[in-house]
Design a binder for this molecule. Structure first.
Ligand SMILES: Cc1cc2nc3c(=O)[nH]c(=O)nc-3n(C[C@H](O)[C@H](O)[C@H](O)COP(=O)(O)OP(=O)(O)OC[C@H]3O[C@@H](n4cnc5c(N)ncnc54)[C@H](O)[C@@H]3O)c2cc1C
Length: 449
C-alpha cells in the first residue's frame, strides 16, 4: 500500500466544564501515549463509540492488543456533557415530532435496543450503581397546547409502531417533579437514564484490564501504509487497524467533507440544593424529562451520586458552528434561555444559582445518516451519531468492530442498510439558513423552551 499522510486539521474544543464529570470525585489520569508503541488495533476517541468499539474488538479478537487514544480526559468531551437519555425509540432531531418513516423507525428500534443491551451488559459486568445506569424508561412532557399536540401525535405514532406507553396527568407530573409546569407526560419503558460521565469512567475502568487507554493523547497525524502510524504530541503508535470514533471530528481527518453538520447544544446545572430547597421542590429524587417539541428544554434532577449533591440540569438551544467551535455569544444566549426555562419551571427555587454552564458538540447529517464504513484500507469511521450518541455511538462502535473483524454479521447487514450522509448546501447559505431556522423553531417552541 503506498503511503498517505493525513494531518489532523483541528482538535476538539469544548466550551465550559463537563459538569457531570466535574461533580464526581476526581479520578487518576490514564497515561499519555509516549515513545513508540505497537498494537493490533487503535481506537481514536474515548466516548460512547470508542469504548463500545474497544469492547466489541476485545470480544471478537481473543488476544489482539487494543489501544484507545483520547485527545483530552475521558468524560470531559461530549460523552460527559450530555443529558444521559439512552433512547430506544426513534429520536430524529430534524423532525417535528422525533419520528421518521415507519419501516425505518422499526429498524431503528431494533438496532437501538441491541445497543442498549450491549451497554446494559457493561453496566452489569462493571457493577454500575443504579444512579449511573437506570433502566427506568423516559418521559416526554409538555407545558403548552402546542406541546400537548406534539405529545398526541407522538402517541399516535407509538400506536402505529405497536409500542407501549402510559400517559401521565398534570398531577402525576407534579408529584414526580415537584413542578406544576407540565400539563401532560408520556412515559415509554425502553429507555435508560445514565449519569453520562460516571458511565464513561466506569466503562473505561472495566475495559482497562483488557484495553490500553491513553488520555491527553490527541492524534495529530496519521500515516497510512501496511502498518498505520498514528502520531500524538509525545508518542507514536503503529497498528494494522484503526477505528475513528471522533464523531464530527472525522472531518478534521479529512473524511466526509461537506457532509456533516456541527451542532452545539448547551446546558446549565444548579449548585447542590440545600435540604430546605429539596423540601420546597418536592417530587422524587431522580427524574428526567424530554421536551415534547424537539426545540424545547430537557430537564433532569439528579441526586447525590458520590457526594455530588441534589441538582437540576436544564438543556436547550442549538447552534450550527461549522468551525466545530462554539463562541462566547452562543454561551451567553444559552445561559439566558436556560435561566428563563428554569424560572418558568421552578419558581419555588428562585435564587438558586447555576454553578456550571457548558456546551457540547453533536454531529448530524442532512438526511440523519451516519458517517460509517471503511474510509481507507483498514481505517473505519464510526461517526456522526445524529444527536443520540449514547445509543447510536454505542451501536456504530460495535458495528465498526464487527465490520473490521468479521466483515459481515446479521446486525451489520441491517445496520448497513442506510445511505451516505447527503451533501450540504454551500456556505454561507448553510450556516445562515440553518441558524435562522433553528432560531425560528426555538421561537415557535414558545413556553416549551
Ligand atoms: C448538552 C448535550 C446533551 C446531550 N444529550 C444527549 C442525550 O440525552 N442522549 C444522547 O444519546 N445524546 C445526547 N447528546 C449527544 C451525545 O453526547 C453525543 O452524540 C455523543 O457524545 C457522541 O458520542 P461519540 O463517542 O460518538 O463522540 P464523543 O462523545 O464526541 O467522543 C469522541 C471523542 O473523540 C475525541 N477526539 C476527537 N478528536 C480526536 C483526536 N484527534 N485524537 C484523539 N481523540 C479525539 C474527543 O475528545 C471525544 O472525547 C447530548 C450532547 C450535548 C452536548
Amino acid at each position: 500500500m503506498s503511503k498517505k499522510i493525513i494531518k489532523v486539521k483541528r482538535l476538539p474544543k469544548d466550551p465550559g466544564p463537563a459538569a457531570w464529570n466535574r461533580i464526581l470525585t476526581p479520578e487518576p489520569e490514564y497515561p499519555a501515549l509516549s515513545g513508540d508503541v505497537q498494537a493490533d488495533w487503535v481506537v481514536v476517541g474515548g466516548g460512547f463509540t470508542g469504548l463500545a468499539a474497544a469492547r466489541r474488538l476485545a470480544q471478537l479478537t481473543g488476544n489482539d492488543s487494543i489501544v484507545v487514544l483520547e485527545a483530552g480526559r475521558l468524560a470531559d468531551g461530549p460523552a460527559g456533557r450530555n443529558s444521559g437519555f439512552m433512547i430506544d425509540l426513534p429520536h430524529e432531531l430534524n423532525s417535528e415530532t422525533y419520528a421518521g418513516s415507519h419501516d425505518h423507525d422499526l429498524q431503528q428500534i431494533r438496532l437501538n435496543r441491541a445497543a442498549i443491551a450491549f451497554a446494559a451488559e457493561m453496566a452489569e459486568e462493571y457493577e454500575m450503581d443504579r444512579k449511573v445506569f437506570d433502566p427506568c424508561g423516559k418521559v416526554t412532557a409538555a407545558g403548552s397546547d402546542k406541546g400537548v399536540a406534539h405529545i398526541e401525535s407522538y402517541r399516535k405514532h407509538l400506536d402505529e409502531l405497536g409500542e407501549s406507553y402510559e400517559l401521565r396527568s398534570a398531577l402525576d407530573m407534579k408529584d414526580w417533579t415537584g413542578s406544576d409546569f407540565y400539563r401532560t407526560g408520556l412515559y415509554t419503558p425502553g429507555a435508560v437514564m445514565i449519569q453520562p460521565a460516571a458511565f464513561i469512567r466506569q466503562a473505561a475502568r472495566g475495559l482497562s484490564d483488557r484495553v490500553s487507554i491513553y488520555e491527553n493523547s490527541p492524534v495529530v497525524e496519521m500515516s497510512l501504509a501496511d502498518d498505520h502510524l498514528l502520531t500524538t504530541p509525545r508518542g507514536q503508535i503503529r497498528a494494522k487497524g484503526v477505528i475513528l470514533a471522533v464523531n464530527g471530528h472525522v472531518q478534521s481527518f479529512g473524511f466526509f467533507p461537506r457532509q456533516l453538520l456541527h451542532v452545539f447544544t448547551f446546558a446549565s446545572m444548579t449548585r447542590a440544593l440545600t435540604q430546605s430547597e429539596v423540601h420546597r421542590l418536592g417530587g422524587v429524587e431522580d427524574w428526567g424529562i424530554l421536551p415534547a417539541d424537539p426545540m424545547g428544554t430537557t430537564v433532569r434532577r439528579s441526586s447525590n451520586l458520590m457526594g455530588s449533591g441534589d441538582r437540576i440540569v436544564v438543556r436547550n438551544h442549538a447552534t450550527l458552528n461549522q468551525s466545530i467551535e462554539a463562541n462566547e455569544s452562543n454561551m451567553r444566549r444559552a445561559a439566558k434561555l436556560q435561566d428563563r426555562s428554569f424560572a418558568n419551571r421552578f419558581p419555588m427555587l428562585k435564587g438558586v444559582e447555576m454553578e456550571h454552564r457548558w456546551g457540547g458538540r453533536l454531529c448530524l447529517s442532512w438526511n440523519s445518516m451516519p458517517a460509517f464504513g471503511e474510509v481507507e484500507k483498514r481505517v473505519w469511521s464510526a461517526c456522526c451519531q445524529n444527536g443520540l450518541g449514547t445509543v447510536k455511538g454505542t451501536l456504530s462502535g460495535m458495528m465498526a468492530a464487527e465490520q473490521a473483524v468479521l466483515g459481515s454479521s446479521e446486525m451489520l447487514t441491517e445496520f448497513l442498510d442506510h445511505q451516505q450522509p447527503k451533501l450540504l448546501p454551500p456556505e454561507p447559505f448553510l450556516s445562515l439558513g440553518a441558524n435562522m431556522t433553528m432560531r425560528w423553531k426555538e421561537w415557535q417552541a414558545g413556553i416549551e423552551l
